[in-house]
Structure formats: C-alpha cells, structure tokens
Design a protein around this ligand. Structure first.
Ligand code: PXG
Length: 465
C-alpha cells in the first residue's frame, strides 16, 4: 500500500477509514457511508481539516487539550525521552525518573494528603484501579463485605467493563453484560430536567440524601465508596445546586464511606482551580485523573490516593498494574504540560480572565428563544434547549433530535460545540483569549439562530405533553 498522508483526497481517506477503522461511540455502518471528518493539523484553539477548513475547537478535543494545540515543548520532551528511555516498567522493584518526578509533582499540586499516585493509561483504567483499590482497602481492614460502590445515573467514568459499570449511562449498560455486581446507582442532581416543582436548593439536598437512603438500605457495613464527577461532564455539563456537595460530604463522613472524585474532566484547571473538588468544596480520599494531566498530548491517567488508603494498601501486595503504568514518555510529556500550566499561570488565566468573560457571555444565552438554562463552571458550560422556558418543557421529538440539529449547524459553521441529548455543551482549551471567545460567540449565535429557524420550519418547536 502506498503511504497514506494528509495530502490524499478526502474521499480516499474516508473510504480507507470506512473500510478498516472502527470508531468509538459510532454506528460505523452509517458513518462509513457519510464519511468521517478528517482532521489534519491543529494550532492554538483551531483545528484544520482535509478540506482546509479552520474549525474553532470549543471541546478541546475530548475535554483534554487544556493548553491548546501545537506546543513544541511537549514534542521536544517526548522526542528526548524516547531517545533516552522510551519504555521501562514500574513493576518488579523498578522505577524511572519521569514516573518519580510526575508522581511527586502531582502530590504537590493535589490538595490535602492526596500524596500517592497509581498510574494508568487513561481515565477508564484509573477507575478500574479505583474499584480494586477501595475493595482491597476494606478487605485489608477486615471488612471484605464493605464492597459496594455507589455512583450516579448519567455519570461517565469510562468504557472498560469496570468503569462503564461505575458509569450510569443506560445505553452503555444495555450492551455487553454490565454493570458488574455490587455497583449501585442513585439519581443525578439535574434540576432542570428532573427538579419538578422543587427549588434548586431543595432538589440538591433531596438528591444528596438519596446517598444516605441508599447507604441505610444497603447497610453501612456494605458500602465501600461513593464516586462522582464534581461537575458531570459527558452527561451534559450538569452543575449540582449549591446545597448538594456539602450534604454529600457530610454523609460520606458520617457513614465512613470513601469518596472518589472523578477529576478526569474537572482536574488541572478546567473549573478555575487545580481540581474540581476544590471548586465544589469536597475532600476526596481518591481522585481519578487523565485528560488534562497531559493536555491530551500523551495517553496517561491515574489515581491520586490519600495517605490513609495508601498506607493500608501498602500493607499487602496489590495485584494490579498496567504495562503502561507511568509510561516514561507519557509521564515526561505530562510533567512538561504541568510546567506550562504553572509557569504560564493558566489556572489563574481561567479564574481571573477567561472564565469570568465566558460566563458573562454564556449566561446571556438564556435570552435566545431556544435556550432555557445556561450553566457554567470555569471553562465547562451547557445550555438546555427548550420549546418553552417557563415550564422547562422538553421537546415532543425524540430526545436528542433538537440537539443534533443544533450540533450540525455548529459543525457547518466551523465550531465544535457538542450536544448531549437536547443540551449543548462546550469545554474549550483553557488558553482561550477574550478575542477568541468573541469569535466563538459569533459562531454560537449564528448556529443557534439557524437551528431555531430550521426547528420552526420543520414544525419541531413543540413541547412534549
Ligand atoms: N471519567 C470521566 C469523568 C470522563 O469524562 C473517563 C473517566 C474515561 O477516561 P478515558 O481516558 O478512559 O476515556 C472520562 C472520559 C464524551 C466523552 O463524549 C467523554 C469522555 C470520553 C469519551 C467521550 O463527552 N470522558
């Protein structure tokens, strides 16, 4: 076969892709007929596709390219590390400098006594590690039956068998024989969709108390841990009411339940602090990290573990690990990414410049006729689309139909803004400047207006009864 390059015609690349490449979360048959968009390069907050279009990436890849595309420093560090030590494992009483340095740096950045890191190649693996960590922890403490993990519906914790079981995505649970045993799901704090006549504050408390009810029902001596994203990402950027997290913390403390914060999206600056747990005011025993740890430049994730859990686990041989745990090239790249985040004060840029400016503009989207609520924390945001704001009505069409129309308008206007059902979401690179935010809003308004017109024209601006 001749060499496949960026310069081949799009149709040829698409045909080869359709013939051989199975895409995640896609119906590959129809995708193959339609042809996937081919991305060829990227710089800053812009992608370029094989047709030469410049696309503003308001999703930072998949919520991960926090420092933006095209940073040569990371390429140089990777090349240097590949020449010096491309691979060695961290099993069998060995270690290497990139893993040592990265673990120490993460321990320095993480709050409280979260001082120990178990590395993985991404968030799914790290959450699988967490399942085994918390169950082993309680077993070592003489409570092997304290092994149920409580999670939330509509949560996303990954795609491996364990992490997808933790997740609460109904569509995922419908395939492949999951969840695994002893995972229990409670409702999510999504006031817009599920709050009924209660106030957001009452609803937040009620949803948090579902954790307490579940613990009492299952038995305090059976529940090992509660896992949650500080802000639910893939579920549609669902921001809990203010009353929710303090109550969750109280319940975990009262019943001696380990709290796992899945920081895969929220970590490393996305919410305006280093970790989303700091933004929502919780003190987890374990954090899951990935994505922004390397800004997506290399596949790496892990579990940050507190002193007490690490000490108990350290008392036994933990029979768990991945070939690529602490991979030297990925670790070196992540370390360089953290250096850039710190030295260029990117978390401060989010907190003081980008997020306040984005918030002002984002919240004003509620004035658009399609938009019901606009939620934002740092640099992750969502709007709920509705045919009737006052009653928080859902559309009569199949859920996701309206979001899909809107998403397609965004893509046609060279803006990557995603839909989750009938919510639209963004999670742009953290380095976004006010001028780029202005440009993004030109495209957002155009796309929303066009979507609105299309929805009216197709007779879809109707509430579900
Ligand atoms: N936890 C959270 C909170 C995530 O968002 C994972 C774990 C799994 O990480 P890995 O690295 O194994 O993918 C994620 C990943 C989407 C989408 O459509 C979101 C993710 C992955 C794929 C798609 O929003 N998040």
């Amino acid at each position: 076969m001749s060499t496949i390059t960026n310069h081949m015609p799009t149709a040829e690349l698409q045909a080869l892709d359709a013939a051989h490449h199975m895409h995640p979360f896609s119906a590959n048959g129809s995708l193959g007929e339609e042809g996937a968009r081919v991305i060829t390069r990227a710089n800053g907050v812009y992608l370029t596709d094989s047709e030469g279009e410049e696309i503003l990436d308001a999703m930072a890849g998949l919520w991960c390219v926090n420092i933006g595309y095209g940073r040569d420093e990371l390429a140089e560090v990777a090349a240097r590390q590949m020449r010096e030590l491309p691979y060695y494992n961290t099993f069998f009483k060995t270690t290497h400098v990139p893993a040592i340095a990265l673990a120490a740096k993460i321990a320095e950045l993480a709050p409280g006594d979260l001082n120990h890191v178990f590395f993985a190649a991404g968030g799914s693996e790290a959450n699988d590690t967490n399942i085994r960590l918390v169950r082993t922890y309680w077993a070592e403490k003489g409570q092997p039956d304290k092994n149920i993990i409580i999670s939330r519906k509509n949560a996303y914790h990954g795609s491996s068998v364990g992490s997808a079981s933790l997740g609460g995505m109904a569509g995922m649970h419908a395939q492949g024989g999951i969840p695994i045993p002893n995972i229990h799901h409670i409702n999510q704090p999504n006031w817009w969709a599920e709050g009924g006549d209660t106030s957001p504050e009452e609803f937040g408390l009620a949803r948090a108390r579902e954790l307490e009810e579940a613990i009492l029902e299952l038995g305090e001596d059976r529940v090992a841990a509660f896992i949650a994203e500080p802000v639910q990402g893939a579920g549609g950027v669902i921001v809990a009411p203010d009353t929710y997290w303090p109550e969750i913390q109280r319940i975990c403390d009262k019943y001696d339940i380990l709290l796992i914060a899945d920081e895969v999206i929220c970590g490393f600056g996305r919410t305006g602090n280093w970790f989303g747990s700091e933004t929502v005011g919780i003190k987890p025993h374990i954090m899951t990290i990935a994505k922004g740890l390397s800004s997506g430049y290399a596949p790496i994730g892990g579990s940050i573990v507190c002193d007490e859990v690490a000490e108990v686990i350290g008392g036994t041989e933990f029979n768990h690990g991945y070939t690529y745990s602490g991979h030297p090239v990925a670790a070196a790249v992540a370390l360089e990414n953290l250096r850039i985040l710190e030295e260029e004060k990117i978390v401060e840029h989010v907190r003081d410049v980008a997020a306040p400016y984005l918030k002002e503009k984002w919240e004003a989207l509620v004035d658009h006729p399609l938009v019901g609520e606009a939620k934002i924390v740092g640099m992750m945001a969502s709007v709920a689309l509705t045919p009737d704001k006052a009653s928080r009505a859902k559309f009569a069409s199949e859920p996701g139909t309206i979001g899909y129309i809107c998403r397609d308008r965004c893509f046609a206007n060279n803006l990557i803004m995603r839909h989750v059902g009938d919510r639209m979401i963004i999670s742009p690179p953290l380095i976004l400047t006010p001028a780029e935010i202005d440009e993004m809003f030109v495209r957002i308004h155009k796309s929303l207006d066009e979507a609105h017109a299309e929805i009216i024209e197709r007779g879809l601006m109707k509430s579900a009864s």
